[in-house]
Design a protein around this ligand. Structure first.
Ligand SMILES: [Fe+2]
Length: 300
């Protein structure tokens, strides 16, 4: 199976208005007015009809990620591969296909219990993308939305699933201690890429999955000025800053992290590495960052 990119994520909230303000005032996401209604907020960062769907529900959480396959042939091959190895999936009908603006869609779960959608044929919006903030554009062309980082205690089966079933490749594998206690075992961190140059599209940390269902999502802008301006907007709007500015070692990203209304963090960065996978060798970075990224995550 060859996944082309992470295309969208679905988020559940009890308070659509809070998400709308956060998206507009802080992140600089464009509301898709035609598609949104009182129970669903569709947010754009480029020509896609949406990259974030925020739906009204009972909880504040990340729900699922939508991953794109190149075409019907790849989609049918993916379904056959899942059936052959005994991974169950569900075919979705027109209702969901229309909501997600795709041709065909299946849903399945990874071994950690995270829900995924696989699809092909996503349409573009006719209306030109324009951020409500001073953002020239988000970096998505041929790269997808950004990246997602999950927690999973039983990390090896889920890593195997992304590599062997979904066809991801290892970008960086880290082992580190999260506490100063010498008795604590090291945790593994797997950073994986799909069939595009973004350094990692999915990563797993060997840690419990947080109540929000996601450790963080990352979106990328074109330059550092736009990162710092987003940090200023977050501070001005009393959004909790979960990490100071810093530069990551594995994907070279210059970024900060902030809390979203769903409880997971949003990494807002630039300068993400785009390796040539034909010559790239998986790295084992000794630390998450060269400098900065001092985390201050609120208790869930
Ligand atoms: Fe990240």
């Amino acid at each position: 199976m060859k996944i082309e990119s992470l295309s969208y994520i679905l988020i559940e909230t009890t308070d659509i208005q809070k998400w709308e303000s956060y998206a507009h005032d802080v992140v600089g996401l464009m509301k898709n007015e035609k598609k949104s209604n009182e129970n669903n907020l569709f947010l754009r960062i480029d020509e896609s009809p949406f990259r974030f769907q925020v739906q009204k529900g009972e909880t504040e959480r990340y729900v699922l990620g939508g991953f794109e396959l190149a075409n019907k042939q790849e989609f049918d091959d993916a379904k056959k591969q899942l059936s052959d190895i005994g991974v169950s999936y569900e075919e979705q009908g027109d209702d969901l296909v229309n909501v997600r603006c795709v041709e065909e869609l299946i849903t399945l779960k990874d071994p950690a219990g995270n829900s995924l959608e696989l699809f092909y044929g996503r349409s573009s919006d006719e209306e030109e993308f324009k951020s409500p903030q001073d953002i020239s554009g988000f970096v998505t062309k041929g790269l997808g939305l950004g990246h997602l980082v999950f927690g999973a205690l039983d990390i090896e089966p889920v890593h195997d699933f992304y590599i062997e079933v979904l066809g991801f490749g290892d970008s960086d594998i880290m082992h580190m201690k999260f506490s100063p206690n010498p008795e604590d075992p090291e945790s593994a961190l797997y950073f994986m890429h799909c069939n595009n140059p973004r350094h990692h599209t999915v990563a797993f940390i060997q840690a419990p999955s947080p109540p929000s269902g996601l450790v963080h999502a990352m979106i990328e802008v074109e330059n550092s000025e736009q990162v710092v301006k987003a940090l200023d907007r977050a501070v001005a709007n009393d959004v909790h800053i979960s990490s100071t500015l810093g530069r990551h070692m594995n994907d070279k990203m210059f970024s900060f992290y902030m809390q979203t209304p769903a409880g997971f963090m949003l990494e807002f960065g630039c300068d993400g590495l785009q390796p040539d996978w034909n010559t790239f060798k998986t790295t084992n970075c000794p630390a998450p960052s060269y400098w900065g990224h001092e985390f201050n995550i609120p208790e869930a």
